[in-house]
Design a protein around this ligand. Sequence first.
Ligand code: DGJ
Length: 730
Amino acid sequence: MQITYNNEKSIFKIDTENSSYIMMIRRNGYLQHLYYGAYVSDFDLEYLITDMVNESFSPWAPSAGVKYFALDIQPQEYSCNGTGDYRVSAFSVETSKGNSSTSLKYLSHEIFDGKKGLKGLPSTYVNDKTEAKTLEISMKDEVSGALVILSYSVISGFDAIMRSVRVKNNSDTPFFIEKVYSTCVDFNDKDYDLIHLYGTWAAERSIERKPLIKGIQEIASKRGSSSHNHNPFIALVSHDTTEDFGSAYGFALCYSGNFSAKVEVDTFDQTRVIMGINPEDFKWKLFPGEEFTAPEAIMVYSGTGIGGMSRQMHKIIRKHICRGKYKNIRRPILINNWEATYFNFDTEKLLKIAKAAVPLGIEMLVMDDGWFGVRNDESASIGDWVVNEKKLPGGLSALTKELNKLGMKFGLWFEPEIVSFNSDLYRAHPDWCLHVDGYDRSVGRETAVLDFTRKEVVDHVFNMVSNVLRSADISYVKWDFNRNLTEVGSDALPSDQQKEVFHRYVLGVYDLAERLTSTFPDILFEGCSGGGGRFDCGMFYYFPQIWTSDDTDAFERCKIQYGTSIAYPASVMSAHVSASPNHQTGRSMPFKTRGNVATSGSFGYELDLSIISDEEKEMVKYQVNRYKELYNTIVCGDNYRIIDPFTNNRWCAWEYVSEDKSQAVLTYVVTKSNIKGRYLLKLKGLLPDAVYREKESGRTYRGDTLMNAGLNLGKDFQDGDSEILVFDKI
Ligand code: DGJ
């Protein structure tokens, strides 16, 4: 990794292990992008720019000092609105005079060791200054007085560039930031496919890959959270890029609210990518002397296909975003009562499940929704975080004492950002939820969303949740969030700041998450939003795992987990074995396969263990022990996707290889057996010369044989058959 500045040519060059990123100050201060891609040794790539084209019908910028310097054609490093570049713009301010024309010119720069944190926002971090280098370039808009600091960091060992943007108001009048994207990259060509992860509740992160078209495509959320529907991750890959070959650029936003990723192919066959806070419903009043920080965008480059891109993302998330006690140690294997009981539980029922779980090796009981207030269905009590002693006599301490006697840890469910209309909290403070006077308060699961722009609201929730967490021996919290934002207004802000509410809300969520996770460092926090509705790099900073989806059907989970793995590692994907027929799809699936699929994540169970058969209990024991044994390879290893369930309707397969390549864990699941024939597959990522022994059969193979000739699984399968095969280097 290195960052250099060539004084003579005014060129910045950022090098990671295998990629280069080059930009140049040209024409009286315009910062122009020259190159992003595979490593190049030359820094002077100015020759790639074509200056002075007078055929574009695009007005040119006189301050550039030459005729026909049209910003519309020129590659920009951080594009502005309204001054000649008609493509999608990354930045724009509205001045006190009401204009939105913005133009940023280079002012100064600084290169230093280490990487700064982002105020109030999650971001990648390093533990030691020597692990990272940062370049900060200050740009200035003369008219508004906006000082914009573009930050670029690289972390040793990664082909990743972390970008963020700060805006300072250096004038003596307020101005409004209309948009402030976190990254902007201009590619010199258009020959890419766009990959993004779309979905819906219970079907998150399906993979979509389509060639770019001329014009603008946008992947975005304006739901207040990153959403089930579109994930804040996109990739641009060459048309011929495959899972294992070719170049791939990944863009991920460390942000959990409204986001926008736009890709524009212009009429000159150039491509621009911008990603950041969604400017729709956003406008930020910046007072003199104040600073606004935009979230961090992570850009990864891979010359080894989509798989290489994913592995880069996985490692960054595991090593430089996730924090806390459970970052590196195995997390407890849990039993969650939700699908076993829903709201219908009491201490007796929970203990019955716990007693069945302990001899099977399960380490923690998680009590889901319904333990507080008078909540016996969805209609009441969220916000009233007081134990329902009718269900749980003696409160949480009585329950946890019993669990501790059994040798079990205990965790519980909260939904901190939400308030039920039928709750003491709402009756006491009807103004504490987001609302706009004159409009109905839209109903989502009988609830409203609390106004987390208000400190007193966040403080109140912090105190209530903290009191519960202090009241007993609690090891885990599941932080749920079951509705999207509507009527996004706050009583606490003046009219010209109402468009700040979406972002201030997210800052309030991060504030609460930071306060709770730092006050209770021994508690493992798991994120959730009706499953995977807020599954993003922002959340992983606080929650090292997130409930991947409410759909626990093993076939569906193959797709959901496979799609999720495009950007995110197994360590952050919570995955549970649930009952059959499955509650979401009605599909029946062998216990073995439900276990095999859930093993590729943060593992647990979500069914009534007290009523399963003895044979199934034996399977649970086996699965639990195997998970403990394979944990390091699956959760801390490298992921290789082998057969894609989105394009192959017959079966799917994926593999994890330990960092030292001494173990590989291969999982395959047959999704449609009526196509008979041979089942052959090739492993990936092994040491070619090493000898690996397949655990079950004892058979040995060379790494190159497994990767090139492959394995013959060789028999006819039934729908839902699956296997986990373990290969140990001998
Ligand atoms: C949605 C979650 O995704 C489920 O796992 C469960 O916790 C319910 N909420 C409880 O209301």
